[in-house]
Ligand binder design. Structure first.
Ligand SMILES: C[S@@+](CC[C@H](N)C(=O)[O-])C[C@H]1O[C@@H](n2cnc3c(N)ncnc32)[C@H](O)[C@@H]1O
Length: 234
């Protein structure tokens, strides 16, 4: 029987790698050359609650997440500059996923893995309390009002993310889209998280020195656009 009182579970926006009719080299590499460090959507589901074991790490070891790694400049930088923390990436698209893990591994990272999954269904992949810090840099802005529902930052997503994170951890969120930022900030402020940093011009702020400029950020900086940033903590 269909229980109308239950909210409908979101379904991930994914096409299974194994069912693609014409797999590219990037699709093949996911379950081939990079299979030890990269997980397709089916294998990603199998490690929910035991990602630290995938790294051979104890339960108290920090495990951070980057959502939407793009071509992986931050992903590789973060893995290499924080070798005492494990880092997982979630990325929808095959090419940036492989670029990201390849960049980290070529740099010598031993603490990085990446999974192909739709981050809006993040609770499929991670169990409550499994994550430490989370990085969300320049998520797709979905500028048309009728597409706002596709934006990653949503009330329900924030509630879920809060449950997945460990106390004392933070989320770093930055975007080049003023519209997305002004839309998302009230949702974050109304959530269980505590906003501890917030600026509408990251590069003129006190946090500019510690900021790593991502690929997308560079494109918008070159156009003279400000970067919007906030940190919120559990
Ligand atoms: C605009 S790019 C930003 C990439 C990178 N963070 C940067 O700052 O250069 C957004 C990235 O997020 C990925 N992405 C979009 N929606 C996603 C989702 N729901 N789950 C996981 N990755 C997603 C896209 O494939 C793309 O690589």
């Amino acid at each position: 029987m269909n229980d109308q009182s239950q909210p409908r579970k979101r379904r991930p926006r994914l096409v299974a790698a194994k069912t693609l009719p014409n797999p590219t080299d990037y699709v093949l590499a996911l379950n081939g050359e990079f299979a030890e460090w990269a997980y397709d959507e089916q294998r990603a589901l199998q490690h929910r609650g035991e990602w630290r074991q995938q790294f051979g790490l104890p339960v108290e070891h920090p495990l951070d997440l980057e959502i939407g790694t793009g071509n992986g400049y931050f992903f590789a930088h973060r893995a290499l500059s924080e070798p005492s923390r494990a880092l997982i990436g979630l990325e929808l698209k095959f090419k940036p996923l492989i670029q990201s893990i390849r960049r980290a591994l070529r740099g010598g990272a031993k603490n990085a893995k990446i999974a192909r999954y739709d981050a809006s269904c993040i609770e499929d992949v991670f169990a409550p309390g499994e994550l430490n810090n989370v990085f969300i840099h320049h998520p797709d802005p979905w500028p048309r009002q009728r597409d706002y529902k596709h934006r990653l930052i949503q009330t329900e997503f924030l509630e879920t993310l809060y449950g997945l994170m460990r106390a004392g951890s933070f989320v770093n969120f930055k975007t080049d889209s003023e519209d997305y930022y002004e839309w998302a900030l009230p949702l974050i402020q109304q959530s269980k998280f505590k906003v501890t940093r917030q600026t509408r011009d990251l590069h003129q702020s006190e946090w500019a020195g510690e900021n790593f400029v991502t690929h997308f950020e560079q494109l918008f900086l070159q156009k003279g656009q400000p970067i919007f940033y906030c940190r919120f903590e559990k």
